[in-house]
Design a protein around this ligand. Structure first.
Ligand SMILES: *Cc1c(COP(=O)(O)O)cnc(C)c1O
Length: 767
């Protein structure tokens, strides 16, 4: 569209939908009109892409943390700048779209990965469609009340959902033993960079099947009508706010079967509509299971294929050439298990298929070492490995751990199934869009085109030794820090001087990620500065962003603890020219886009062996930030790519963790290190007040009490952590430090999700 066509479309939409003009319309009204104008623009391309390829891939995921769509879509269509200018000429600033909710249909890394993968699939022109759940409410909005986390509903559709079309005519029925629901698809376009390929994210919404119950209405059984309605709609009502261990809840089970069944029904129906034989469906679709949440798709597929007339064995083998499984955890305890009694009760046909699969494996491997069902429990990962083609971990180290320990027995029998696909992030959102200033510098130095060919960043490496470019990098960092500082002041009421070092830890709150260790390090510097022991300490702002699962008591305790530290530090005139602390409210994708470009330090400090990959680490790296981290997840590969000397690595390695755990005594460390003891004791010596909640005591107990005392080696790694943190503080501002920043961006090419998707296409989907 040219300028005239664009503005006419926007104005027509405003008139038709809202009875408004650009001059009178509200921001949400303009947002809807602009989004729908773009939807009109892409219609033809989208329709032709749907029909274009012989084989399509379905990415099944219970979570898609898509973030704000409007800027990314306009950017990928190549019209963001123009649209901004055109609207501006008419007196409208499109940055006001920032007040529109973004869709947080995911918890954290796993859901964000799914969103990056779809965008990359469209960018590299792979026919990759997403399938998930259209939650009415996404991840909760976070607020703080006296430093305690409070959860509020995330009404992401408040300003409408102009980036989706409801496809009523493609609804399917999903049946449970006690009732059935209608799954209604909402399709979102996934626009690749350059706008040539547009794929689909299909999200299912659960509704009541059939028509209005007039009989019940006539007899005034309003309660019954309402109850039936609520029962059906509750399935897609809310996202589970827990990103690691799943509770064996009935609703969760319904959610999982709901979207797995709807997606598989949809795919089989489309296949049949093309007049193709069911036996050949594996030549036309591959399905990727993002963790175990969609694993019901496997028995559902077998069930439906058997309904088409195939015998169990044939159906099983067909499934085996369609499904692939991505694992995201290491801990055996965190793997999803379901109560077979419950499955039998709610999904009897699925239970029968699972039992047949178990009988098959017993026959194949009579030793019983490999199983799907044991002690009336279904092991979802085992189902996916046994009935799937490929199984992948998400970083090199993670995949090795899977092979050596988590899935050792499976690896022995099926070594050819296992492979690694290291995670990635889309460089469009996580560099080009969120850091236009750095992007302009990169383009100035190496030319355009790196946005879809990220290995080209390597051409920047030589500039690490060029003081002028280094300084240009540093100036951009300073500018991004100013921008973040303004935003944080407005949102959080805390002043972060941009001259300070911005030391950032932004990710879900979890004990294994060790935000507590970071908090302890702040107190370490706090006490030392007060005692005059840190005369050369460079002023540092510690920035946290994290949500804790609402029922995760200790994680919430750590949030309260850090907020209490922030309160003390920021109001202490003896130290607040050296230290600032802020816990930003409601960390989400849009906040991340402001934080990553402004960070001087990327804290990636999980206990080694715990973080499968991490993707936040990659976003920071692309924006020229050094990693302060452990040898965990993709940090290992970040070191490989950038050179370990360009990061700040500390702490026990996976092997060392194993050794240490054999006879670990955290109390010994605590008793022999008075400086550390004093810090830990602030949890219960009255330094901080948890308002009688008992949270701080509980956090302290996690370091000493019971068999799992200091399970994540906070005390063990603390000294090495502050040693390296102090080294970083010394290095900051030097020529060599800025060279490291340049080298991080220059060597981030591997971490483009385009590369990940091409790995999947080649080694998993055989495209
Ligand atoms: C990237 C991202 C994550 C994942 O961060 P990790 O550090 O890899 O755990 C979580 N939440 C949001 C909003 C993100 O953008």
């Amino acid at each position: 569209m040219n300028k005239e066509e664009w503005m006419n479309t926007v104005e027509t939409l405003l008139k038709a939908n809202d009875g408004a003009s650009l001059e009178t319309a509200t921001v949400p009204e303009v947002y809807r009109a602009v989004s729908r104008a773009a939807m009109a623009d892409i219609y033809d391309t989208w329709e032709s892409c749907k029909k274009s390829s012989k084989k399509r891939v379905g990415y099944l995921s219970a979570e898609f943390l898509v973030g704000r769509a409007v800027f990314s879509n306009l950017y990928n269509l190549g019209i963001l700048g123009e649209v901004r200018d055109w609207m501006k000429e008419r007196g409208f600033d499109i940055s006001s779209f920032e007040e529109i909710e973004d869709a947080a249909l995911g918890n954290g890394g796993l859901g964000r990965l799914a969103a990056c993968y779809l965008e990359s699939g469209a960018t590299v022109s792979i026919p990759l469609d997403g399938y998930g759940i259209r939650y009415r409410y996404g991840l909760f909005r976070q607020e703080f009340e006296n430093g305690f986390q409070r959860e509020a509903a995330d009404d992401w559709q408040r300003c409408g959902d102009p980036w989706s079309y409801r496809r009523e005519d493609e609804s399917v029925l999903v049946e449970f033993s006690d009732f059935a629901v209608r799954a209604v698809p909402y399709d979102m376009p996934v626009i690749g960079y350059g706008g040539k390929t547009i794929n689909t994210l299909r999200l299912w919404q659960s509704e009541q099947p059939g028509s209005f119950d007039f009989a019940a209405f006539d007899s005034m059984q309003i309660d019954k009508i309402a109850k039936d309605n609520v029962r059906c709609e509750s399935i897609s009502y809310a996202l589970y706010p827990n990103d690691s261990t799943e509770k064996g809840r009935i609703l969760r089970l319904r959610q999982e079967y709901f979207f797995a069944s709807a997606s598989v029904q949809d795919l089989i129906r489309k296949h049949k509509q093309k007049g193709l034989p069911i036996e050949k469906i594996n030549e036309h679709i591959s399905l990727q299971l993002n963790d175990t949440h969609p694993v019901f798709a496997i028995p559902e597929f077998i069930r439906l294929v058997m309904k088409e007339g195939l015998k169990f064995e044939k159906a099983f083998l067909l499934a085996r050439s369609v499904f692939n499984f991505t694992n995201h955890t290491i801990l055996g305890e965190a793997l999803e298990r379901l109560d077979m009694k419950r499955v039998r009760k709610l999904l009897p046909e699925i239970a029968r298929i699972l039992t047949k699969m178990q009988a098959r494996i017993e026959k194949e491997f009579p030793s019983g070492k490999l199983f799907l069902i044991k002690d009336e429990t279904v092991h979802m990962a085992n189902v996916a490995i046994y009935a799937g083609n490929k199984v992948n971990g998400v970083a090199a180290l993670h995949t090795e751990i899977l092979k050596e320990s988590t899935f050792r027995d499976w690896y022995e029998v099926y070594p050819e199934k296992f492979l690694n696909v290291t995670n990635g992030v889309t460089p469009r959102r996580w560099l080009a869009l969120c850091n236009p200033e750095l992007s302009a510098l990169i383009t100035e130095k190496i030319g355009d085109g790196w946005q879809a060919d990220l290995e080209r960043l390597k051409e920047l490496e030589k500039y690490a030794d060029d003081p002028e470019v280094r300084h240009a990098f540093a100036e951009i960092k300073y500018l991004k820090k100013q921008q973040l500082s303004e935003y944080v002041l407005k949102r959080e009421g805390v002043e972060l001087p941009p001259e300070f070092i911005f030391d950032v830890q932004a990710k879900r709150l979890h004990e294994y990620k060790r935000q507590l260790m970071n908090a302890f390090s702040i107190l370490y510097y706090y006490f030392r500065i007060k005692e005059g022991k840190e005369p050369n300490f460079k002023p540092t702002a510690f920035i946290f962003g994290a949500k804790a699962a609402p029922a995760y008591w200790n994680a919430k305790g750590v949030i309260k603890f850090i907020n209490a530290i922030a309160d003390k530090v920021n109001n202490d005139p003896e130290v607040n020219d050296k230290l600032r602390v802020v816990f930003v409210t409601d960390y989400n994708v849009s906040y991340a886009e402001k934080i990553m470009p402004a960070a001087d330090i990327s804290e990636q400090i999980s206990m080694a062996g715990m973080e499968a990959s991490g993707t936040g680490n990659m976003k920071f790296m692309l924006n020229g930030t050094v990693t302060l981290g452990t040898m965990d997840g993709a940090n290992v590969e970040i070191c490989e790519e950038a050179g370990r000397e360009n990061e700040y690595i500390f702490g026990a390695t996976v092997e060392e963790v194993k050794e240490i755990k054999k006879n670990y005594n955290p109390r010994e460390i605590y008793n022999s290190d008075p400086e550390l003891k004093r810090i830990v004791d602030t949890l219960d010596d009255g330094t901080f007040d948890d308002q009688g909640s008992g949270m701080f005591r509980s956090v302290k107990e996690s370091l000493f009490g019971g068999w799992s005392a200091d399970h994540y080696l906070v005390l063990k790694d603390f000294r090495d952590y502050v040693r390296v943190k102090s080294e970083l503080n010394r290095d900051y501002g030097s020529e060599e430090f800025f060279a490291k920043c340049v080298r991080n961006t220059a060597n981030g090419g591997k971490f483009s999700s385009d590369r990940s998707i091409l790995d999947y296409a080649k080694n998993v989907w055989n495209l």
